[in-house]
Design a binder for this molecule. Sequence first.
Ligand code: MEV
Length: 433
Amino acid sequence: MADGVNSRIEGLYRLNPAERRHRIAEATHQNATTTAVLAGGVLGEARADKMIENVVGIYELPFGIATNFTINNRDYLVPMVVEEPSIVAGASYAARMVRASGGFHASHDEPLMIGQVQLIGVSDVEAATSAIMAQQMALIERANAQSMSMVARGGGARAVEVHHFAESPMGPMLVVHLIVDCRDAMGANAINSMCEAIAPLLEASSGGRAMLRILSNLTDKRTATARARIHPDALTRDGIDGNEVIERILWAHAFAVVDPYRATTHNKGIMNGVDPVIVATGNDWRAVEAGAHAWAARSGRYTSMSNWSRDDAGYLCGELTLPLAVGIVGGATRVHPAARAALDILGVTSAGKLAEICVCAGLASNLAAMRALATEGIQRGHMTLHARQIALAAGAEGNEVAIIAQQMIDSSQIKPAAAEQFLATLRGSLTEA
Ligand code: MEV
């Protein structure tokens, strides 16, 4: 459990990875062995070989921790697995601005998911719909017999809905929705088994033929919402007054509201915060991505996932709601040792709480990106990190990385050849000295 966590760890970035693991273990009251697995190499070929097919190896990614998150008056250190520089720093910085005004406020729905069974060749739609609805209880019972563990955890199938599509490229169809309460599981496997199990009953009562039987990734009954307020003073940057920064951020948001080309990039910036938490905790990021973008187009036009406004007191106010089907039991969440450690660091005890953290990380990333874009642009920060990566790739180690990166920036030559040359010169001068 990570109760009593203080997510404000000053100077974490100045430590080396082993020292950071130690600080995170301390701050989250974890045994050092929990964070030791974050050093990598823990999945193991035998386990990987059981997870997917034709395994030839294990692909590693950096595991970072975003600091400063306060959500519903509780602090969280947020695990993020991602390859892109600036994301962890941006989310931490934005979370700090939000923290100064009381932190994020988050909420989540009941974990209701939708399974779909497609029925074709139904001659009498009304009669079929009535017959299906009349045997709702039998359908729920048959579905629940497929997943006793979900039922034992207080979940299970709850209801049935019938949707009619009078036209499609292949003709009319009925689509039956099975509403399933997944509790702390993401639920995909259980829902798919349930859909397959009820299909014969649906065929019998509708007189039609069951085709697809699969969950929907548009989990619009299972959303999480984050809200944040930021004081204008916290937004001041490069001599630009905070109120002016808010004005510019509102223009950036307005751009994403009206223009799908911009909305796509704006939303990518939101998913920059969400996906790394999903990956760190062993959840299905493709499912979350698919659902989030479908949700962003629910009005019939693809638009910004987030909403930003200025309140009467002059604060910048942000809100983000996303469908978030994540689990803390089952699947890779418990198989992958690093995902287990990520959940332990978060100290979440329900899938809903994890969804709240994901949506707050998304809002934080969105705020960080908009603030940078509305002021100095994102390239300055990116270039520093990019230069560091090139220095590393050129063989720089320890202090050399920062020195070589700075030399590349100062000479406007951020490229491998320059890094190699600067490194040779630096090492040469050290040898001579
Ligand atoms: C880059 O990964 C994300 C941004 O492009 C998001 C945005 O434009 O809002 C900076």
